[in-house]
Design a protein around this ligand. Structure first.
Ligand code: PMP
Ligand code: GLU
Length: 397
């Protein structure tokens, strides 16, 4: 009997996408579900970006692009890195892919092999640990709970480093916690990393612009480790372009070359029209980014208020991204109609089936006591959703 490979059998499906799909299935049955599971802006792609894509079609950008993306896009990204982050990169150090998701996976497949360890701070975005498994590496999870605002300390980082450590995956602003590392906190981590020259830092900055503490800080800004940092970013979140599938890395030359070789064999350059749209996003007016950021900040404040009014939820004050990640451990071990809630994934399923609100249990993010609500939804929906959550939680025995 033919079977999938061991590599595939060991892989878990994406919980964020799975919960969203379940929510869609219930909606298709006519049930009024509020979907706060998948993390994507609810805004439409700004008009100037859509116009650039239409123009690209008319101008026949219909051929294969270079594998790392058009030079004009990579120049626009290099200019963005200078403008927004004060960092100097040449277009040759930039590789564009089918979303930041592929960008992270490319890097891991390029540098991690059997026996290599990758330090992944928890809570983590679901896909990191699965990608490390795909690369046949070993995940070394470093846990930071809500009591430390979900951020690891330099001491925790150093304690996790061994002679086999190949990479650290850092995500700030963070999915799923919304936590943001300050400049000083990053400096503390960078000082440790400076002592270990074999470690590459994969710095996922896809939520860069969805930041409520002012300026974004990147760990690539620290000279001592700069040549070992790979910045991952893309247009999905900042420009409401999740479906366009365009992400990128800014990397040391040897990692960029490795990703180009890899991508050249299994996907080629990303979609040509999406590339022209992304170029317009980076070179055009940035007003839309700030408008959306302000809306997310308002909703963040609303969600903190709403969730704080639900007995038993422990809520912190996320400083970025569009997720609230309360500790819901007070409800673990409770039951409904005789069925016990064993962990946060069970709780998320209960909220979906009985409360008609889709969220994602923290188990998939390495934080089984927490639950993730994406607040990239209209204010009225957020209010209604949290009322439903409150009522459903109150029904638990
Ligand atoms: N990194 C993080 C932390 C994310 O939340 C996402 C969202 N899907 C991605 C990477 C991938 O983004 P995309 O592939 O849409 O560019
Ligand atoms: N990153 C988003 C999320 O965490 C999109 C879904 C995904 O790609 O996992 O919900």
């Amino acid at each position: 009997m033919p079977q999938v490979s061991e590599r595939l059998a060991a892989l878990s499906p994406s919980e964020t996408l799975a919960m969203s799909q379940k929510s869609d299935e219930l909606k298709a049955q006519g049930i009024d579900v509020i979907n706060l599971s998948v993390g994507e802006p609810d805004f439409f792609t700004p008009d100037l970006i859509k116009a650039a894509a239409k123009k690209a079609i008319d101008e026949n950008f219909s051929f294969y692009s270079p594998v790392p993306g058009y030079l004009s896009l990579r120049k626009a990204i290099a200019n963005k890195l200078k403008r927004d982050n004060g960092l100097d990169y040449s277009p040759a150090q930039i590789v564009c892919s089918n979303g930041a998701k592929q960008a992270v996976c490319n890097v891991l497949l390029s540098i991690v092999g059997a026996g290599d360890e990758v330090i992944v701070p928890a809570p983590y975005w679901v896909s990191y640990v699965e990608m490390v498994k795909l690369a046949e590496g070993t995940n070394v999870i470093v846990t930071a709970g809500i009591d430390q605002n979900f951020k690891i300390t330099p001491q925790q980082l150093e304690a996790a480093i061994t002679s086999k450590t190949k990479a650290l995956i850092l995500c700030s602003p963070s999915n799923p916690s919304g936590s943001v590392y300050s400049h000083d906190e990053l400096q503390g981590l960078a000082e440790i990393l400076a002592k270990y020259p074999n470690i590459t830092v994969i710095s996922d900055e896809i939520y860069e612009h969805i930041n409520y503490i002012g300026k974004h800080a990147s760990i690539a800004q620290f000279e001592a480790i700069r040549d070992r940092v790979v910045i991952v970013n893309g247009v999905s979140k900042a420009y409401a372009m999740t479906g366009w599938r365009l992400g990128w890395i800014a990397a040391p030359q040897w990692i960029a070359a490795a990703c180009i070789k890899l991508q050249g064999q299994y996907t080629s350059g990303p979609n040509s029209i999406a590339q022209k749209a992304a170029e317009a996003a980076y070179t055009g007016s940035q007003e839309c980014v700030e408008t959306m950021r302000q809306a997310f900040e308002r909703r963040r404040n609303l969600m903190i208020d709403l969730a704080s009014g639900i007995p038993g939820l422990k809520v912190n004050h996320p400083e970025g991204a569009f997720y609230l990640f309360p500790d819901c451990s007070a409800y673990i071990g409770r039951s409904y109609k005789g069925k016990r809630i064993e962990h946060s994934a069970d709780l998320a399923m209960y909220l979906l089936e009985e409360g008609h609100v889709a969220a994602v249990g923290g188990l998939a993010f390495g934080a089984p006591d927490c639950i993730r609500f994406s607040y990239a939804a209209a204010d009225e929906q957020l209010i209604e959703a949290m009322e439903r959550v409150k009522a459903a939680l109150a029904r638990l025995d």
